[in-house]
Design a protein around this ligand. Sequence first.
Ligand code: ZN
Length: 203
Amino acid sequence: MKLICIGRNYADHIKELENEKPTDPVVFLKPDSSILAKKQPFFIPDFSDDIHHEVEVLVRINKVGKYIDKKFAHKYYNEIGLGIDFTARDLQAQLKDKGLPWEKAKGFDGAAVIGDWVKVKDIANVDDINFSLKKNTTLVQEGNTSLMLWKIDEIIEYISKYFTLKIGDIIFTGTPAGVGKVSAGDELTGYLEDKRMFSIKIR
Ligand code: ZN
């Protein structure tokens, strides 16, 4: 399976990192080895002094598809989740400066947190989901899927032009503002509406 990630999908986060608003979605992949094992802490890797949390809504693909029209995209997933796209921001900045791919900054072991899943049928509107992240007891990130530049079904249309979507593939739909550094001893807790979706200790 593959993890397909969308970058710069919320206007407020683009502003925060002083990025340009893209004309197409920014797409990158994380390898399956980047998935943090359930109930395991996240260990800060020795190659970075600036690991950032990016809380993101996840979509799990349940049907094989290619060239999916956005009108039919809803038939290709029945679960929505929440996760973290951990990013070595210092390493990413170096790679960006040199025009190199981001994989080392985004795809390292443990860089993909995948929390619990909620059935789409239990969600009133996938384009109006509140989600948030707490670092320890402080609310650090808050978003709503209505604020995405590319909505879930548009993302599926776009990425399926390039990648055949397979059962079990997971889409990371981008992060809202509020990304920030994690330190050893922190605990990150993610919420989809009022439901706690994951809790991760940083070591
Ligand atoms: Zn991200």
